[in-house]
Design a protein around this ligand. Structure first.
Ligand code: ATP
Ligand code: MG
Length: 569
């Protein structure tokens, strides 16, 4: 491709709305432009990268035996009502009406559509297992679209759905997708880690997230420094070891005035005590009931663990208004005198406290000398807190450390959640009807591109890995007005193209400085600069990643590039 003809608007300035490197660079290097918050146009260069990702994904999905289909983005509300997600999905679901006032959604995911498709067209064990996938545009009205295409409202996803006759079959389908994902992210040059994630109501080891490791990642990964255990923070299990000897105060509980003292920090100052001596209490609405959760003051409540414990579909912090109605004053919440029906759950560590300070459920008052078990009871003690660095690994006893990650893929055992609700059944060998056992597997195609840029850049621009690079080689004549340079650059461009490389020729009549800046910004793996030594047939060959450069005679250029290419792949 000749750059003079290419729609490649590069920018020197950092776009104001772009907070992170990948977002800035994807705009500056002319890969994409924003249309409206969280909605992007891909320009020619960006589209080439997207296609490279899609090709890798396609090859590996096909290799794993999945079959490609293409389902509509537009989906009738009735399907979502069948599974109950019309109500449960909430405001992230993009809803619209047709001219007959019928409700539709713009698909954020396709469990409903694919389950109805298989239900209506496949009903015998003889045709199972089957795995159907697509690469398609998804819509989610994210509360906070940000980081460019990492969290956008319109994005490209690869979604696959497996249908099996048994749990063992599902385990196999799942493993085969897990392996395919490992190959995909490896081929895309990502540094990643598969981590156990929360499976919600389904429980068990039913789901893994594939995390591209990055400081800007929105997820915290808890991993063991000794074994290969890694889990999303929301899932990471805390090892509970009861204290050997609990020292319990003999003093009775005492109500003390604490005007305006609400937060743990304020309490620490007020009482001159450590955070671990307080009981932190939080009020949640779990579907249509209220629950109070207790953790030690130095711990953080894990609301996913709480949601699973109380088996809620939707769990949210109680609003100020709800608290008012319950008669619980914000900042002074405790496990005492709660209204009828409000359940109390506590983290396991709370039961070891021998003399704690807790809210009195009365404005401006706390209780001191509180002894769990003696002064209040709970519905249950359970693992309800976030793991912290240095905690014990639940697998091997080693130590937990944290890293941050961008979720690029997700594999999930669904079981019969959708097939039962939607009546997707098959006849087994004995002619008996059984619900299909499903799995679903997503990859954020557009998010992967951003994750790749996030992991591969320097202060000058992007450093594309060979497999995703929009072009492999950038041929840059320093001065196109110099006939020798121009001719040589063109013949190199032709030669490399014939050899099967994807080549971009910067034939623009721009200053050398501008061209080099753009070349670094765009970040193709190899740059061939045709300059002053063109008359001798000598050019400079430079590797973007290492900065390594060498003068090479054109006759040896191909061999040289082959050598570089192999080392970069
Ligand atoms: P997240 O927790 O980041 O919102 P999710 O759990 O909602 O992700 P899934 O429903 O599992 O995501 O979707 C499959 C994949 O699609 C994710 O692993 C991610 O790579 C990608 N993805 C999800 N939401 C977005 C988005 N708003 N923008 C870009 N990619 C997304
Ligand atoms: Mg999401």
């Amino acid at each position: 491709m000749k750059q003079s003809k290419l729609f490649l608007p590069t920018l020197r300035e950092v776009p104001a709305e772009a907070e992170i490197a990948s977002h800035q660079l994807m705009v500056r290097a002319g890969l994409m432009r924003q249309l409206v918050s969280g909605v992007y146009t891909y320009l020619p260069l960006g589209l080439r990268v997207l296609r490279k990702v899609q090709e890798i994904v396609r090859e590996e999905m096909d290799r794993a035996g999945a079959q490609e289909i293409s389902m509509p983005a537009i989906q009738p509300a009735e399907l979502w009502q069948e599974t109950g997600r019309w109500d449960a999905y909430g405001p992230e679901l993009m809803r619209l009406k047709d001219r007959h006032h019928r409700d539709f959604v713009l698909g954020p995911t396709h469990e409903e559509v694919v389950t109805s498709l298989v239900r209506d067209n496949l009903n015998t064990y003889k045709k199972l297992p089957i795995n159907l996938y697509q690469i398609q545009t998804k819509y989610r009205d994210e509360v906070r679209p940000r980081f460019g295409v990492i969290r956008s409202r319109e994005f490209i996803m690869k979604d696959a759905y497996s249908f099996d006759v048994s749990r063992e079959g599902l385990d196999k389908s799942y493993q085969s997708m897990y392996d395919a994902y490992t190959r995909i992210f490896t081929r895309a040059g990502l540094t990643f880690r598969a981590v156990e994630a929360d499976a919600g109501a389904i429980g068990g080891k039913g789901t893994h997230e594939f995390m591209a490791l990055s400081e800007i990642g929105e997820d915290t990964i808890a991993y063991c420094t000794s074994c290969d255990y890694a889990a999303n923070l929301e899932k990471a299990e805390v090892v509970y070891k009861p204290v050997a000897e609990r020292t319990v105060t003999e003093a009775p509980m005492e109500k003390v005035p604490t005007p305006g003292v609400k937060t743990i920090e304020q309490l620490m100052n007020h009482f001159n005590m450590e955070a671990r001596q307080f009981i932190k209490a939080l009020v949640f609405k779990a579907d249509d009931r209220f629950v109070v959760a207790l953790v030690r003051g130095d711990h953080e409540l894990n609301d996913v663990k709480l949601k699973n414990l109380v088996d809620a579909n939707v769990l949210a912090m109680a609003t100020e208004e709800e608290m008012k109605k319950l008669g619980i004053p914000l900042g002074f919440v405790g496990p005492f005198h709660l209204p009828e029906g409000v359940e109390v759950y506590a983290d396991l560590a709370v039961q070891d406290m021998g003399s704690a300070v807790a809210g009195a459920n009365e404005k401006d008052y706390h209780y001191t000398h509180v002894v769990p078990g003696r002064d209040f009871t709970v519905q249950a003690y359970a693992d309800l807190r976030n793991i912290v660095e240095g905690d014990e690994c639940s697998r091997c006893g080693g130590h937990i450390a944290f890293a941050r990650g961008i979720e690029v893929g997700h594999v999930f055992k669904l079981g019969t959640r959708y097939s039962e609700k939607m009546g997707a059944k098959f006849l087994d060998e004995n002619g008996k009807e059984q619900p299909m056992i499903m799995g679903c597997y997503g990859i954020g195609i557009s998010r992967m591109v951003a994750a790749c840029v996030e992991q591969n850049h320097d202060e000058n621009g992007i450093i594309w890995p060979w497999s995703l690079a929009p072009y492999h080689i950038h041929v840059v004549p320093v001065n196109v007005k110099n006939e020798e340079q121009k001719q040589l650059a063109e013949s190199i461009y032709e030669m490399l193209g014939r050899a099967g490389y994807e080549v971009l020729l910067d034939d623009r009549p721009e200053r050398a400085g501008v061209k080099f800046k753009d070349a670094d910004l765009i970040g193709l793996p190899i740059r061939v600069t045709v300059g002053g030594k063109a008359s001798e047939g000598i050019v400079e060959c430079k590797v973007r990643k290492t900065g390594e450069s060498q003068d090479v005679h054109v006759d040896e250029l191909l061999a040289h590039i082959q050598h570089f290419a192999t080392s970069l792949q």
